[in-house]
Design a binder for this molecule. Structure first.
Ligand code: PAF
Length: 281
């Protein structure tokens, strides 16, 4: 496994690969790797000849400086996991490498995606995500990039980036990996106590309830029941729960059987922001 820290070293490690026409997959991460990330690496290995994993805690996507500061950075452990997973190249740049002083400002038109749900609650977050992912795409020139379904809106935003910039990259979406009991794996889970992890299971219970009863009730009354389930669990603070049409993320008032729907959920437990979602039909 090659570990590179600069754009130049990354480019030279990929030169021969491109010349031979081998397929490159990129798995962008912010480190603190868990089984969810490793499943992205495994899927990437199935569809490409060489897998590049980037580890970069991207400052421009954090709208809360405390969240950036607290973000876990277990570098040695991450590298060990990637080595065991037989990842080919790890790109671990510094902030200065990714954002040189003369860097041009970034803004792209993400339409409603920048205004609703994560876009509304975390102003500037998706601008930061697209800024760093664009830089990574330009450096790695991957044929395919793997992202987890857990960040449902993020995947849509990256597809918008690809469309707007006409990039020759395909997105491969990998299913959310959960603990045996259903907690969606996330780098932020390490900040939860054992009791907090137990409480956090209410997210999966709620989403599963919405899926089970999806066809039997109106979306708005189902959402009320979901909110009640979440409120019944003590010390769980709901930021939002919504049943949305999956292509626009507009909140559903009634169900069109020809469309796909997704439930989006964000809740806080022990000061940790947890995000999850479930396709409902
Ligand atoms: O999902 C993440 O971990 C980050 O948003 C990403 C895509 C690596 C960009 O920093």
């Amino acid at each position: 496994m090659k570990i590179v820290h600069t754009k130049q070293a990354l480019e030279s490690s990929l030169e021969g690969v491109r010349a031979n026409g081998r397929k490159i997959a990129l798995v962008p991460t912010m480190g603190a790797l868990h089984a969810g990330h490793l499943s992205l690496i495994q899927e990437a290995q199935q569809i490409a000849d060489l897998v590049v994993c980037s580890i970069f805690v991207n400052p421009t996507q954090f709208n809360d400086p405390k969240d950036l500061e607290k973000y876990p950075r277990p570098v040695e452990n991450d590298l060990q996991l990637l080595q065991q997973a037989a990842c080919d190249v790890v790109f671990m740049p510094t902030v200065e490498e990714m954002y040189p002083k003369n860097d041009s400002p970034w803004h792209i038109d993400l339409g409603d995606l920048d205004q609703i749900w994560e876009g509304e609650k975390r102003p500037g977050h998706f601008q930061g995500v697209t800024q760093v992912v664009y830089k990574l795409f330009k450096l790695v020139l991957p044929d395919v990039a793997c992202f987890g379904q857990k960040d449902f809106q993020q995947v849509m935003v990256i597809q918008r980036l690809i469309d707007l910039k006409e990039l020759p990259v395909k997105i491969h979406i990998c299913p959310t990996i959960r603990s045996e009991e259903g907690l969606a794996l996330s780098s932020r889970n390490v900040r939860l106590s054992a009791a907090g992890k137990q409480k956090a299971l209410v997210l999966f219970r709620t989403l599963s309830y919405l899926k089970k009863h999806f066809t039997t009730k109106s979306p708005l009354s189902l959402k009320e029941e979901g909110l009640q389930l979440l409120q019944d669990e003590q010390e769980v603070e709901v930021e939002y729960l919504a049943i949305c049409e999956s292509r626009t993320l507009a909140e559903a008032k009634q169900i069109d059987p020809d469309k796909k729907y997704v439930a989006l959920l964000v809740a806080w437990i022990e000061g940790v922001r947890l995000i999850d979602n479930m396709i409902l039909n």
